[in-house]
Design a binder for this molecule. Structure first.
Ligand code: ING
Length: 312
């Protein structure tokens, strides 16, 4: 009996600073319904799907900053999405800005949750790799202040058994780091879900703005191939508050092939029938970790943070 799961990437176009949560949730529900109509039973929304990509701005007013965060999930404004998904029997990944009170401290994370087909939150992930900078760089056309507004994730890269699959999550910049996929690969992940908001040009590497789409797919395809898993990458795309966000949402097979690709820069559903048993082809051969990996030679990966040149 094959374990085929029809998965959807529910790409969204821009979300304006003034777009209300209910208005955005209505868009997400429309995408969820379209995905369901096409047979999808798991839908992946973008990173920070509920708001504009606010780390592009330097803000100092605490109330303004916190207006982009969710204090409860689901809350009154996001519950309609959970209720419709449960009614339709569809699970989903949702990226959002999480404000959590933990041990008397207020914590802020760039977060994603995995919700199963019964509407239960079965997994939570907090973005580990925060790109950009912490300080105001006024000479730049826009900022990239995730290090100012979020803490690094404190949950690692878990994998959950849900919907008859081993499912892991990450967020945006995480997809550029091979460690992200390998930690999940070592937990036998079969499906990695992620959303992204990728400005072009990136303020970090404007020299590569013509390669933004290539680097996006390169990262996703490498992660899928080298860990024998499906990868779903879902963009918030288009011209958002003066910033051009990369589209290119896609679904990658364990072979590394792109099996579904968005054609627009707006709200768009793409789907693929993911036969999870295809993961076994490379998990048992080329990427049979137990048979081929030599961990005694990998020590530097966890012991050294930054690169150090050879002596001499
Ligand atoms: N955005 C970008 C991303 O990793 C970036 C930041 C763009 C980093 C281009 C390096 C190069 O796709 C987020 N939100 O991480």
């Amino acid at each position: 009996m094959s374990r085929t799961l029809i998965v959807a990437a529910a790409q969204t176009g821009p979300v304006a600073r003034g777009d209300s949560r209910p208005a955005v949730v209505r868009r997400l529900i429309a995408l969820l319904r379209e995905a369901h109509g096409r047979g999808a039973r798991l839908v992946v929304f973008p990173e920070l799907a509920l708001t504009t990509f606010f780390p592009r701005w330097w803000m100092e007013d605490a109330a303004e900053i916190d207006s982009f965060f969710e204090r409860e999930m689901p809350g009154p404004e996001t519950r309609p999405l959970f209720e419709e998904a449960q009614r339709l029997g569809v699970g989903f990944y949702l990226g959002y800005a999480e404000l959590a009170e933990q041990a008397g401290r207020t914590r802020r994370f760039n977060t994603a949750i995995l919700v199963d087909r019964a509407g239960r939150i079965v997994g939570r992930y907090r973005k580990v790799h925060l790109p950009g900078h912490r300080d105001h760089l006024p000479d730049r056309p826009y900022q990239h202040l995730e290090k100012k507004y979020f803490e690094p994730g404190d949950l690692g890269f878990p994998v959950w058994r849900s919907m008859n699959a081993n499912i892991g999550m990450c967020i945006c910049n995480d997809r550029r780091w091979p460690e992200t996929y390998r930690v999940m690969g070592l937990q036998d992940v079969e499906l990695v879900l992620l959303g992204y908001n990728t400005p072009i040009p990136s303020v970090m590497t404007p020299q590569y703005d013509h390669l933004a789409a290539f680097h996006n797919h390169l990262s996703l395809q490498a992660g899928a191939y080298q860990n024998a898993c499906f990868v779903v990458g879902t963009a918030k795309a288009g011209q958002e508050e003066g910033s051009n966000l990369l589209a290119g949402s896609c679904i990658i097979a364990p072979s590394g092939e792109i099996v579904a690709l968005a054609a627009s820069k707006g709200d768009e559903v793409i789907t693929a029938a993911c036969d999870l048993d295809l993961c076994a082809i490379n998990k048992r051969t080329t990427f049979n970790f137990a048979a081929h990996r030599r961990v005694e030679h990998y020590r530097l990966i966890t012991e050294r943070t930054g690169a150090a040149p050879p002596a001499g």
